[in-house]
Design a protein around this ligand. Structure first.
Ligand code: BGC
Length: 779
């Protein structure tokens, strides 16, 4: 409207002016001429000031117009992200290991926002605060709205009342990328409804050390599976085209943090180019191809260069090789850590400049960066044109998302259908590790059930990156049982919902209760809740030197088992646990990971056979911690020798998971047994449900290149399909074997197919005994 008004006005004034100039006979006074000139000047100024507000112009054009109006300080402000003031006031943050980091006073943050010196916030935990902060930003000279980021890692779970889906390790167990894409879309929808525009997700770390606390945040140990799941999530979050109802995704953490020395978060990685290219980079390559618009470097150093200062990684690989066009946000305080933690540069100021020059665009959290960057430009160490380039990328996103037009959001209820998706995801994420016939349980067989364990009725079922949710929204195992078995006597012992509250006296009491019950359900594992001050055993910065049950949970399990009553073990945990005793003794073990807000219901449905379990392990479960790393795609020489004392083989292999039905693989064939390196063929195999109930099988394709210019792994996952089969039903499953599946990063430092012999394997897990093998020769 305003624009139209001024355009018309200018046209009129210009016409008047021309008439005056060209007309010899004009009678206009000098006074009127001067007035007209002044009006023309003012109009031009006003129109120019508004030009970037013209939403008919393309975002990049608007960004360029806005940039011209910005002072250096305003530009650098766009590169600064702060944690929202409310985040610091939230008591739960006292548990955050990083809470000791600079926590600037709220008033200071608000003033900086009004001055246009802050361009983005993270961890705004309420819609009200998001709107409040936007109002402050819109008081700044150029009224540039804020970009709101948050770790919506498995749903917008840091916001109360939002849908909490299973954590990534559980989602990977579904081997169902399209379900994850749907979750991405729903998450984006809930984020926008709370004023959030950007999630620091997907986590594309390939987790190859079970001690590392962040395994639960990942899609497991296999690069291909991480790639498939991560790409699906990017597509779900960002949509086909980035626009108002979707959010920015962030591929993190670049790169290779999933195998730190000693399993300790942020510890260094010495990484061969080979492993980097073959294992850790592919999920990022695919995410960039899928259009991911932001990337976050990792905490650690690679081969001596911290990722936040790693030009090779951020510029040569990410930008030049992969063609990444979006912007790079630092991880929380990781620029400061170039100085304080890595001892890479002798001052924090140097850290800021080093990270920026290496390619980091936006600084996450706190003061210091702003002042340093402004000074660096003024003193000539950084060119303003470099700042401009960076600012444009960020402004572009703000325009693209319509933030200038719609900076505020109104309260909207979370769609109830999302809960149904969370339930379906939880059902598919559960992995049945052992069943000697006790499962599925028959409702009518049990009158008195004892539910015991610190995880049986707590919000640890939600996993990391979740704030406490309203009780009514969280289906715990106990609640699931209570709803499913309204007429059964449920005896309980929850140990205050705390793993470390399990003690000898409690265990004795539990043993007595177990003896009086006719079914025991033991719910133990780990705790990833980041808002807990004490009692966390898992999650970010919660690494372990053991993979046994923390605290006295193992003793609890053994005491309950000793009752002689049927005992089911349900594990709620974010990283693999090595429980050989349980495998040997307990009748049934369900690996539930962290199945989210509908987890309890899904677990009970599986235990009682309402749902047939179908999840498969996205990680190898070691026999004990000393075996780590235990990846399934190891080299041939890895186990050419055995441990002299102790077990060499793992407890459960990658891709493993039981069902209540059985599947047979038969009549398989490769359409070609020989072909050239640029040719393709198909593997076809029939899968039959040979049991008496319907079920889903995850058919897995592995390939082994028998000899290579660089030694090859014993097998590598190259395809999978989820197949739903009714009892007795048969279906043919087909996989294309093309150069894409056969190539590797050869000694010539490029991706190519080398002629030779290949094994093409298909089956129900990565274990040799579960696979049918075909031979393929590449000429
Ligand atoms: C984590 C990131 C996360 C960031 C913001 C960091 O400590 O490593 O994954 O996105 O915090 O919460």
């Amino acid at each position: 409207m305003v624009l139209f008004f001024w355009k018309t006005k200018i046209k009129n004034i210009a016409e008047d002016f021309c008439i005056f100039v060209v007309s010899k006979k004009n009678k206009m006074s000098l006074k009127r001429f001067a007035f007209l000139l002044m009006l023309l000047f003012m109009s031009l100024c006003a129109t120019h000031a508004q030009a970037y507000m013209n939403d008919a112009l393309p975002p990049s054009k608007r960004a360029a117009l806005l940039l011209k109006k910005m002072t250096l300080e305003e530009k650098v402000g766009q590169l600064c992200q702060y944690a929202a003031p409310g985040y610091w006031q939230d008591e739960s943050q006292s548990a955050n290991i990083d809470a000791h980091a600079v926590s600037p006073a709220a008033q200071h943050i608000i003033e900086q926002t009004r001055a246009g010196h802050i361009g983005s916030f993270l961890h705004t935990l309420s819609l009200q605060e998001a709107n409040f902060l936007q109002r402050q930003a819109l008081q700044s000279r150029l009224r540039i709205p804020l970009l709101m980021g948050i770790d919506a890692v498995h749903g917008n779970a840091l916001h109360q009342g939002c849908t909490v889906y299973p954590t990534n390790i559980g989602m990977a167990s579904t081997f169902n990328p399209s379900l994850l894409q749907k979750i991405g879309e729903e998450t984006a929808n809930e984020m926008r409804a709370t004023g959030m525009h950007w999630t620091f997700s997907p986590n594309l770390d390939v987790a190859r050390d079970a001690r590392w606390g962040r395994v639960g945040e990942t899609f497991g140990e296999d690069s291909y599976l991480v790639t498939c799941m991560g790409t699906a999530l990017v597509k779900g979050l960002q949509g086909a085209h980035l626009c108002y109802d979707h959010v920015l995704a962030c591929a993190k953490h670049l790169v290779a943090g999933g195998e730190p020395y000693g399993g300790i978060n942020a510890a260094p990685m010495d990484m061969s180019e080979q492993t980097l290219r073959e294992v850790y980079l592919p999920p990022f390559v695919a995410a960039v191809k899928a259009g991911v618009v932001t990337v976050m470097p990792a905490h650690h150093e690679i081969n001596g260069i911290p990722c936040h200062a790693n030009r090779y990684l951020l510029k040569d690989v990410l930008r030049k090789e992969l063609g990444f066009k979006g912007f790079i946000v630092s991880d929380w305080m990781d620029i400061e850590r170039l100085h304080a933690m890595h001892h890479f540069v002798p001052s924090v100021e140097m850290a800021y400049e080093t990270a920026f020059k290496a390619g980091v665009d936006m600084h996450m959290q706190g003061d210091g960066f702003f002042e340093t960057m402004v000074a660096a430009v003024k003193e000539g160490r950084i060119k303003e044109s470099q700042i401009d380039e960076t600012v444009l990328k960020i402004l572009d996103m703000k325009f693209l998302f319509g933030l200038f037009e719609n900076p505020y959001v109104e309260e909207t209820p979370v769609p109830t259908s999302h809960r149904q998706t969370a339930l379906e995801a939880a059902r598919q994420s559960l992995v049945l590790l052992k069943n000697d016939g006790l499962l599925p349980l028959q409702k009518s067989d049990y009158q008195r059930v004892f539910v015991v364990g610190p995880n049986a009725n707590s919000q640890t079922i939600l996993g990391d990156w979740s704030m406490p949710q309203p009780e009514a929204n969280v289906s715990t195992v106990y609640r699931g049982l209570r709803d499913y078995l309204p007429d059964v006597e449920l005896d309980t012992m929850f140990f205050e919902n705390k793993i470390f509250s399990v003690n000898a006296a409690g265990i004795e009491k539990a043993a007595q209760k177990a003896a009086q019950a006719d079914l025991n359900i033991v719910v133990v594992g780990e705790n990833s809740q980041r808002y807990e001050a004490y009692g966390r055993t898992c999650g970010e910065n919660c690494d372990r030197d053991s993979l046994s049950l923390p605290g006295m949970q193992q003793q609890l399990l053994e005491a309950v088992f000793a009752s002689g009553k049927p005992t089911v073990l349900v594990l709620l945990n974010g990283r693999p646990l090595s429980l050989p005793w349980a495998k040997e003794n307990v009748s049934a073990i369900l690996e539930a990971w962290e199945p989210g807000m509908m987890g309890g219901q899904a677990i009970v449905e599986v235990l009682f056979g309402e749902v047939n379990p179908s999840g498969k392990l996205p990680v190898t479960i070691p026999y004990n911690v000393g075996q780590v790393p235990t990846i399934y795609n190891h080299k041939h020489s890895q186990y050419s020798r055995q441990f002299a004392i102790g077990q060499t083989g793992c407890l459960y292999p990658f891709g493993y998971g039981l069902s209540y039905t059985t599947f047979s693989y038969h009549d398989g064939q490769l359409t070609k047994t020989e072909m050239t390196a640029d040719d393709s063929c198909e593997l076809r195999i029939w899968v039959t449900n040979t049991g008496d109930r319907e079920g889903a099988e995850i058919v897995q394709l592995y390939i082994q290149d028998e000899y290579g210019s660089v030694t090859r792994p014993v097998k590598e996952l190259k395809g999978f399909q989820r197949v739903d089969l009714k009892a007795g039903e048969t279906q043919q499953v087909k996989f294309v074997i093309s150069p894409e599946e056969l190539k590797f990063y050869t000694a010539r430092r490029r991706w190519e197919v080398e002629p030779g012999d290949f094994k093409i394997m298909v089956g129900s897990s990565s274990a040799d005994e579960d696979l049918t093998v075909f031979k393929l020769k590449i000429k």
